[in-house]
Write a protein that binds this ligand. Structure first.
Ligand code: ZN
Length: 161
């Protein structure tokens, strides 16, 4: 997944496929199961003499619920755009990085050997909730099964006697 980024943008090329999440170390850490994969599409764009990469990522992920540590379904849908900055060109101020219809976008250094995997990984990480949680956690099965034996259950019995 290595492209010559400026050429890719200027030729309006498109690259798409499936991204194996287990190959992305930072992302794999926050996933319940990193054997999942996502559809991605990267397309080169130019506008106003500037070059961009439009990124699309789509697919279901399973995150780890921060409360019960169970699997939490998350429908990932990323649409973003990064501006390519040529070597030697001034880096735009944050406020000026718009380019297309005032839409804010990040800038990255253009490279003849741009590896898309870390770029896509970063975009996914930015989209994920910081502390994912179920709206209502399912009680873990093990706890439910041993409810009778819990100290609280025994206490409740004592009170009834
Ligand atoms: Zn939960």
């Amino acid at each position: 997944m290595v492209i010559d980024s400026l050429e890719f943008a200027q030729r309006h090329e498109i690259l798409s496929g499936r991204l194996q999440l287990g190959t992305l170390p930072r992302l794999a850490e926050v996933l319940f199961d990193d054997s999942d994969s996502l559809d991605y599409e990267v397309s080169g764009e130019t506008a106003g003499g500037k070059a961009f990469l439009a990124l699309k990522l789509e697919g279901p992920l399973r995150l780890i619920c921060q409360r019960c540590l169970g699997a939490l379904e998350f429908a990932l849908s990323v649409r973003s755009r990064v501006m390519l900055i040529e070597p030697g060109s001034p880096w735009p101020d944050d406020g000026q990085v718009g380019g297309l219809e005032d839409e804010a976008c990040d800038a990255i250094a253009a490279s003849r050997e741009l590896d898309l995997a870390p770029l896509l990984e970063e975009e996914i990480l930015l989209t994920l909730p910081i502390a994912p949680r179920h709206e209502r956690c399912e009680p873990p099965v093990a706890v439910a099964a041993s409810k009778e034996a819990s100290p609280f259950a025994q206490l409740a019995r004592l009170k009834h006697n």
